[in-house]
Design a protein around this ligand. Structure first.
Ligand SMILES: NC(=O)c1ccc[n+]([C@@H]2O[C@H](COP(=O)([O-])OP(=O)(O)OC[C@H]3O[C@@H](n4cnc5c(N)ncnc54)[C@H](OP(=O)(O)O)[C@@H]3O)[C@@H](O)[C@H]2O)c1
Length: 404
């Protein structure tokens, strides 16, 4: 059993089988506990299942890991015919992305918003009136809510780790906004908490659940472009630089690299299915103390060079180009997506479509529910940590402050 221990998971992090098993049993036990009054006689089969869950939770951690692994392998060997259960969501924060997530959660069959926590009761109430569920005063109160199964952490970057860890310790799964944390070490401590508590933690890179992005990655990795030589990825927008916006606060790990550069780094690493061997980065420091725009280069092995640009005070550019010796893919908007991209090959331009009627944050919520049920998350622990390590390096190279 030693070869499957958590150190190995941390190293390669591809499927986190231990956590998957723990998660499934914890989730099953909690659901059964909610469904039935403990004073009532349970049907014999349910009693056995509840008992199994209890036994599992009282085992020591190495014993739990072994069972988790066995459970995970059994699930996967059966072809992962996953039964997603309805998830009761709680949202931390009521800002811009919380509003989008709450609105699109209504388009899922797997999730219901039951509560939203805000620093101010009136804000929480107004959010609840618009999106449903209850308005809860404060983030701690949301985590105390027994009805909440999964928390969507939409707080500023600098608050991700604190509230994700508290949520998992309160027995909630966590979908945490990108970038996962202020730095890679902090992100690792969050995944350690996920492993310790048996809860699911996934970084909310929603664009990776888009069918077009999945198809693009599969095509490049399947050799559609021959040998990949150049990747050019961009994500910039222009809006007023307000001191009140956490994006402009160094203490909240704001800045263009963290806000949108993280997508370019993530997509490039996903296409390459590897980590860069070298990086270089320059950034412009805004008077508020964070990078408002930046440009970087990543080298993968000996063959592929990837450039990216990002910015928060620069006209929109959301394009990505991936060029090999046998063709090029151009995608206008991989981040929110119109569902198509073009393949330029053999002198012809072909539009590749992978449209979906489901909006992106709904796709993400569905993918999260599947991961709670045992599927491999669309962004794994190792993917998140790889991205965070690159972001740490780029910020260091560009002279951008990295909060401890
Ligand atoms: N995946 C995506 O598409 C996407 C898009 C945009 C942003 N994001 C990420 O989502 C997170 C939030 O971004 P956002 O644009 O939604 O930000 P936002 O509009 O400023 O909302 C953040 C919320 O966090 C709470 N908060 C607690 N302490 C705060 C502080 N010191 N300063 C500001 N807000 C504070 C506030 O909620 P209460 O007042 O209710 O407590 C606020 O409404 C960031 O991590 C960002 O990178 C993701």
């Amino acid at each position: 059993m030693m070869v499957f221990n958590s150190a190995r998971n941390r190293e390669y992090g591809n499927a986190a089988p231990v956590s998957v098993g723990v998660r499934a049993i914890v989730s099953l036990t909690r659901r059964l506990a909610k469904l039935f009054d403990p004073q009532e006689a349970l049907p014999p089969l349910l009693k056995k299942l509840t008992g199994l869950g209890f036994l599992f939770l009282t085992m020591n951690s190495s014993c739990r890991s072994s069972c988790g692994l066995a459970f995970s392998i059994a699930t996967r060997q059966k072809g992962t015919n996953l039964m997603t259960q309805p998830l009761n969501w709680g949202i931390l924060g009521t800002g811009m992305i919380a509003r989008k997530f709450a609105a699109e959660l209504k388009d899922t069959s797997s999730g219901t918003l039951v509560a939203s926590g805000s620093r101010r009761q009136e804000t929480a109430d107004a959010f609840a009136a618009e999106h449903g569920g209850r308005g809860v005063p404060g983030y701690a109160a949301l985590l105390d809510d027994p009805e909440v199964d999964a928390v969507y952490n939409s707080l500023p970057n600098g608050l991700h780790a604190e509230w994700a860890i508290k949520a998992m310790e309160a027995g909630k799964h966590v979908l945490c906004e990108k970038p996962m944390a202020c730095n890679a070490a902090e992100a690792e401590s969050m995944f350690d908490a996920a492993e310790r508590t048996g809860q699911l933690l996934v970084e909310a890179f929603m664009y990776r659940t888009l069918p077009a992005v999945k198809t693009l990655i599969e095509m490049v990795q399947g050799g559609a472009l021959g040998q990949v030589k150049l990747i050019r990825s961009n994500f910039s927008f222009a809006r007023e630089a307000l001191v009140s916006d956490a994006r402009y606060q160094a203490s909240q790990a704001g800045g263009g690299l963290m806000d949108v550069g993280c997508y370019c780094v993530n997509l490039t690493r996903a296409v390459m299915a590897s980590e860069p061997t070298d990086t270089a980065c320059f950034a412009h420091l805004h008077e508020h103390g964070v990078d408002d725009y930046a440009a970087g280069v990543m080298r993968f092995g000996d063959n592929t060079l990837a450039t990216f640009t990002c910015g928060m005070t620069v006209a929109n550019n959301w394009t990505t180009y991936i060029a090999g010796d046998d063709g090029e893919i151009a995608i206008n908007d991989p981040w929110l997506g119109d569902g198509t991209f073009t393949l330029n090959k053999d002198g012809e331009t072909q539009t590749v479509g992978a449209k979906t009627d489901t909006p992106v944050y709904a796709l993400e919520a569905e993918a999260f529910a599947e991961a709670v049920a045992g599927a491999t998350p669309w962004i794994t622990r190792e993917d998140t940590l790889g991205n965070m390590r690159v972001l740490d390096k780029l910020r260091e190279q560009a002279g951008v402050p990295v909060p401890d």
